[in-house]
Design a protein around this ligand. Structure first.
Ligand code: GLY
Length: 358
């Protein structure tokens, strides 16, 4: 696949997402106007692939949730100061979602905001986190509680970088791919189903096509609602259950996209219960998740080491109350009635909810 640039038409802040093999070779085009460039890079990825810019100040960090702290944010802001960046400079973030979140937040704060260019290196960050301008760090009270909307100047999703992802990270990204395919409508879902086996085999063309499809779907959604006041909440399909699973298991024990996969399966069953919907989408959802090698039920997830004790219906119910997108104690769900036909803010009756959590 040749390089493709997808436009994210945020009013007043439009930007392009370049997707395909070797996409990161185009970074120079996005930074050549800047009066200074510095880069924040994931140490492991830089060791395997080098850094995206040469001869610029570089801060290497070990990616992972552990860096989404106030302390790391201070370190990145100090680095921006030491690198002599101005408001017309650019910070390049090269790594998975945690590097992108931290780099984006630092860029939105330093001197009240400078450009960030995102170069996501995980499947999850390429199909979701790097597009849409959300930035965040975690607080003791919960994940992503301190953040901003700061749209990147450009994003480069290089399919070449996905070859070295470990299996767990790759599987986690596939959970978000399945979600985005369902949101995208029947054509997006059918094409993802056709490509699923090649994607799992990490065929570079199939991956680039699926990443481009996901970015296109996400671009449409965020352009219609950049600050998540309404339509953007569709991107939380499977996430209310997914966040409850992550909360009940203890953050870090179930990879985000794996929790989302089970969340998608539960959301599909919830749709049948709440809307008396045709089970076809449930069947297709479960089939796609299976093809991606992802769990499709709480029981499958519980059978993994030590999770049976943690993922009790009661603990999951408490976890639902902690989803930051709903009202405490009264979780709201995003459900897909059909591919691309999304219901927002659905409340489920307690009997249905508890039957799903058993
Ligand atoms: N990851 C969901 C969003 O960007 O809104």
């Amino acid at each position: 696949m040749t390089l493709e640039t997808i436009s994210v038409d945020i009013p007043g802040a439009a930007y392009g997402v370049t997707v395909g093999m070797g996409a990161r070779s185009r970074i120079a085009d996005a930074v050549d106007h800047a009066d200074g460039v510095a880069q924040l890079v994931d140490r492991r990825v830089a060791g395997l692939h080098g850094t995206p810019c040469s001869g610029v100040p570089t801060l290497e960090l070990q990616g992972g949730e552990g860096i989404k702290t106030l302390e790391s944010l201070g370190r990145v802001l100090d680095f921006c100061a030491e690198a002599g960046l101005s408001r017309r400079s650019t910070l390049v973030a090269f790594g998975g979602g945690t590097i992108g979140d931290l780099g984006g937040l630092a860029a939105s704060l330093f001197k009240r905001g400078l450009d960030v260019v995102q170069v996501p290196t995980t499947l999850l960050a390429q199909v979701d986190a790097s597009v849409g301008g959300k930035t965040a760090i975690n607080l003791a009270a919960g994940k992503n509680l301190a953040g901003t909307f700061h749209h990147p100047r450009a994003v480069f999703c290089d399919a070449d970088l996905l070859a070295t992802l470990d299996d767990e990270d790759f599987a986690s990204g596939l959970g978000e791919v399945a979600k985005t395919a369902i949101l995208g409508g029947d054509d997006a879902l059918s094409r993802t189903e056709e490509l699923a086996k090649a994607v799992v085999a990490r065929d570079a063309d199939a991956l680039a096509e699926v990443v481009a499809m996901c970015v296109g779907v996400k671009a449409r959604v965020v352009a219609s609602d950049p600050e998540e006041r309404g339509a953007r909440r569709a991107l939380n399909l499977g996430h209310t259950f997914g966040h409850a699973i992550e909360h009940a298991a203890g953050y870090g024990r179930v990879p985000h996209g794996v929790a989302v996969a089970v969340g998608l399966a539960l959301a599909a069953r919830a749709t049948e219960g709440a809307f008396d919907a045709d089970p076809e989408l449930t069947t297709r959802t479960l089939e796609l998740l299976r093809c991606f090698g992802l769990p499709t039920s709480l029981d499958e997830l519980r059978s993994r080491d030590g999770l049976r004790e943690a993922l009790t219906p009661e603990a999951l119910h408490v976890g639902l109350g902690h989803d930051k997108k709903g009202t405490v104690g009264s979780p709201e769900f995003v459900l897909a009635r059909r591919p691309g036909d999304i219901a927002l803010g659905v409340r489920l009756d307690d009997e249905l909810l508890m039957s799903l959590l058993r």
